[in-house]
Design a protein around this ligand. Structure first.
Ligand code: APR
Length: 311
């Protein structure tokens, strides 16, 4: 049986880490694709990664290319093509440039691998995943955006840091758009099953929520040139793994809603079951009034950015 293939469209900071993590999990053979100007860079990254495999014996093949034909019939695509933020920029400031790139990428993936499963990471995420969906004409279950997986791990991290307890035992979810209006569902967060509201004061919890909303910007400011890459890469790899291994994990993802949470026709962060069929289910549940209001607010922000795509 031939190995599955993951194509990484964009081989920059996140792309390179995606390749490393996918190799370490032996998820599939990996092709790193970038523009012709960056072909040497992705070929070099691929070769470097090939040379780390003997340490742990990862039997996957890793290549770099700028030729779309090399990704034909790949099973999974993870798209980071585009430019990242600089300090002072919102994710929305990337729209014009990244939209053009996303349309080009969508046309090519549609030609090369019409049955693939596609995970979009490029920002502004909720609009970019929408743009991919509209341009490619893919079924909605084959297109998903990586946002909530990352926002939730950030929330979990800050809770673990505050309580001094293992990050492994912190569960929580962040819904909504991948922007400053995202909605951490603090009411449902637990550490080892114990409600977080019994462990951390209300004031502290709202400052953790606030830090979560701006966590991406905090890193952009520290870097001075570029945005986060380790945690975003791992978040997308978990999604790809759930698809390739049919794990049916429940991960907050930007999925196309069809009435769930009162949302219709937009990709937004909701609890999503990912399995061999792609997006298999969205787990809808009753939100409290203030949570639903916050979700409606984040939906307005998503609608505004999507409208700017003109799609
Ligand atoms: N096709 C393929 N790759 C492209 C294209 C294209 N049309 N246009 C640009 N790229 C490549 C760039 O050459 C670069 O190597 O995308 C890569 C982006 O890498 P980085 O600049 O290092 O950005 P990164 O930190 O990986 O973030 C990528 O993900 O989280 C988002 O906001 C972030 O939109 C940004 C994206």
């Amino acid at each position: 049986m031939s190995k599955k293939r993951i194509a990484l469209i964009g081989g920059g900071q996140i792309g390179g880490n995606l390749a490393l993590l996918a190799a370490q999990k032996e998820l599939a053979d990996i092709i790193i694709f970038d523009i012709p100007k960056a072909e040497g860079m992705v070929k070099g990254k691929a070769l470097d990664l090939m040379q780390l495999r003997p340490h742990d014996g990862y039997d996957v093949n890793i290549t770099g290319t700028s030729d779309w034909k090399d990704v034909s019939d790949a099973d999974v695509f993870i798209i980071t093509a585009g430019i990242p933020r600089k300090p002072g920029m919102d994710r929305e400031d990337l729209l014009d440039i990244n939209l053009g790139i996303m349309k080009d990428v969508a046309e090519n993936i549609k030609t090369q691998a019409p049955n693939s499963f596609v995970i979009v990471i490029s920002n502004p995420l909720d609009a970019m995943v929408y743009a991919f969906y509209k341009t490619s004409g893919f079924q909605s279950k084959k297109v998903v955006g990586m946002a909530g997986a990352l926002d939730s791990t950030r929330f979990r991290t800050f809770i673990a840091m505050e309580t001094g307890l293992s990050v492994q035992d912190v569960t929580c979810m962040v819904l909504g758009g991948h922007g400053d209006t995202m909605v951490p569902i603090t009411r449902l967060a637990t550490v080892g099953g114990v409600p977080i509201t019994d462990l951390i004061s209300k004031e502290k919890l709202s400052s953790i929520e606030e830090r979560t909303r701006f966590a991406g910007g905090e890193i952009v400011k520290l870097f001075g040139n570029g945005s986060a890459f380790y945690a975003p890469a791992q978040s997308a790899i978990e999604m790809a793994e759930s698809y390739l291994r049919d794990k049916k994990r429940v991960i907050p993802c930007a999925s196309l809603c069809n009435g769930e949470f009162g949302i219709d026709g937009y990709f937004i962060g909701v609890p999503t079951v990912i399995g061999a069929n792609g997006v298999e289910r969205i787990l809808d549940f009753e939100l409290e009034k203030h949570e639903q209001q916050a979700l409606n607010q984040t939906l307005d922000a998503v609608k505004k950015t999507v409208a700017e795509t003109g799609l």
